[in-house]
Ligand binder design. Structure first.
Ligand SMILES: C[S@@+](CC[C@H](N)C(=O)[O-])C[C@H]1O[C@@H](n2cnc3c(N)ncnc32)[C@H](O)[C@@H]1O
Length: 246
């Protein structure tokens, strides 16, 4: 595997003492409930994504729910990265329980967008679900995802649109306000005040086009008051370098 890890990352995942919060527990429980209910597989199917015989990277893999779904396609290589070690440590045991044979268990790394420890054009498929709200810079994150993708490879990203906070209106009145404010500040200043912003999926598509990753499918799994709650985009990295065209 040395060709995949040129940037000095040990393939051995080091389990450190982790701090598991109530939020982690609730997220993991819900993620694995959705996995068992077939919702995670459906998200991939809706985008026409299949990991069969591919080199696959899931960025912001959380507790590994998407990795488990991808593993059923028998990819050639399956790697998950996340910035949160707690998720990786907790996810590992869930992943091991859910995947058979053990040789199909993915490799997990702690890594953070916008810097991934992989060489250019390593993967056939890169998935990055519900991570865009948390990255420090949307363009930098998408550019890095595109960098590690082979020409002709598939990038699948999802995130939250303007309708997402409306789900929280009844329960947590401050949370929607905080998300709208954070998104407005990011739009005006380019800085994320809190890492939980909303994206305009058309803008995400524009960024993708500008870096030579062409969106071919976009769908929403929920609209609230006519506003997109969660968007899903599948895009293909073109064979031509967009910088060469300019
Ligand atoms: C809402 S969870 C999504 C988890 C999983 N992809 C899913 O679909 O259920 C967002 C994940 O992104 C991770 N994350 C946040 N910022 C990140 C960054 N800059 N680089 C990598 N992962 C990040 C978080 O730790 C968390 O696990």
């Amino acid at each position: 595997m040395s060709d995949i890890f040129p940037i000095c990352v040990s393939p051995t995942f080091i389990v450190e003492r982790s701090r598991v919060t109530e939020w982690h527990r609730a997220y993991i429980q819900n993620a694995y409930r959705e996995l068992e209910g077939g919702i995670t597989r459906k998200q991939l199917d809706n985008l026409g994504i299949n990991a069969n015989s591919k080199r696959v990277l899931d960025v912001g893999c959380g507790p590994g729910n998407l990795l488990v779904a991808l593993s059923t396609d028998t990819p050639e290589l399956l790697i998950g990265v996340d910035v949160d070690e707690t998720f990786l440590v907790c996810g590992r045991s869930h992943i091991e329980k859910s995947i058979d044979p053990p040789s199909a268990v993915p490799t997990l790394f702690c890594a953070s967008l916008p810097t991934l420890p992989f060489a250019d054009e390593t993967f056939d498929l890169v998935t990055c679900f519900l991570v865009m709200p948390h990255v420090p810079d949307d363009s930098a994150a998408l550019t890095e995802l595109a960098r590690v993708l082979k020409p002709g490879g598939t990038l699948a990203v999802s995130g939250h649109g303007l309708g997402f906070p409306l789900r929280y209106l009844k329960r947590f009145r401050l949370k929607p306000l905080q998300m709208y404010l954070a998104s407005l500040i990011y739009r005006c200043t380019g800085r994320k005040w809190i890492r939980n912003t909303l994206q305009n999926d058309r803008k995400i598509c524009n960024i993708l086009n500008s870096i030579g990753v062409v969106p071919e499918m976009r769908h929403y799994n929920q609209k609230i008051l006519g506003c997109v709650a969660t968007y899903w985009i599948k895009a293909i990295k073109s064979d031509t370098n967009p910088k060469a065209i300019q």
